[in-house]
Design a protein around this ligand. Structure first.
Ligand code: 13P
Length: 250
């Protein structure tokens, strides 16, 4: 059985003060959640969030990581730096990074390899655009993005990663994939893992759905057999909504 994982992706939101306030509200609210709980916060909030979450079941995540150990990479953060701040998870290859910051499958792969080598758990994002779905390319796109991201990992390493299937057309739009659409595409990803890494690996990898997931639709999505959690944008920015998503099984 795979343990569900619900992660908030705060994106470029919250000052440290606002972050501390949100996490202080979440700590008692999500205590005892059956799923793993992660908040992926802006790096300026690592310190306050790790302090506010100390001793709780809320884990700290980042939204990107560089693949070099250190060096002349202005504006970037290394695995070692994130770990020193208490970060355990890192989102890699989010569609917004692909769309606005030139992220490519090759660099998603380098970041994933570096994160795994350094002991961070990557949350690797894949997903098709609207026109790709309409042209019938969804399965090809998500399989390609997934396998490219994982190239060079051992099957044992692949077991530990998290994949987030986020259809680009469902992000921040209020549009959600139907429960069945999300389940079907995640099933396609899992079958690709099975072909390349074997059934034991495919059965172990947790695959989240992301894209306008919120209190009103979390139950239906989480009832699908292939969906192991969620990557939550907008609904992770306030305590009542994120709590309701995390406690989807209540
Ligand atoms: P929304 O939940 O705001 O659609 O964002 C989803 C997302 O991109 C999470 O990474």
């Amino acid at each position: 059985m795979r343990k569900a994982i619900i992660a908030g992706n705060w994106k470029m939101n919250k000052t440290p003060e606002e972050a501390a306030e949100l996490v202080r509200a979440l700590v008692p609210a999500v205590k005892g959640a059956a799923c793993e709980v992660v908040v992926c916060v802006p790096s300026v909030c690592f310190d306050v969030v790790s302090k506010a979450a100390q001793g709780s079941n809320i884990h700290l995540g980042a939204q990107n990581v560089h693949f070099a150990k250190n060096g002349a990479y202005t504006g970037e953060l290394s695995v070692e730096m994130l770990k020193a701040c208490g970060v355990e998870y890192v989102i890699i290859g989010h569609s917004e990074r692909r769309q606005y910051f030139g992220e490519m499958d090759a660099t998603v792969n380098l970041r994933t390899l570096a994160a795994v080598a350094g002991g961070l758990i990557p949350i690797v994002c894949v997903g098709e655009k609207k026109e790709e779905r309409e042209s019938g390319y969804t399965d090809a796109i998500v399989q390609y993005q997934t396998l490219m991201a994982l190239t060079g990992l051992t099957p044992e390493q692949v077991k530990g990663i998290v994949i987030a299937y986020e259809p680009v057309w469902a992000i921040g739009t209020g549009l959600t994939a139907t429960d069945e659409q999300a389940n079907e595409t995640i099933g396609v990803i899992r079958k690709a893992l099975q072909r390349h890494y074997g059934a034991a690996v495919a059965d172990a990898v947790r695959i989240q759905y992301g894209g306008s997931m919120k209190p009103g639709n979390v139950k239906g999505l989480m009832a699908q057999p292939e969906i192991d959690g969620g990557l939550i944008g907008g609904a992770s920015l306030n305590a009542p909504d994120f709590t309701a998503v995390v406690l989807f099984d209540r």
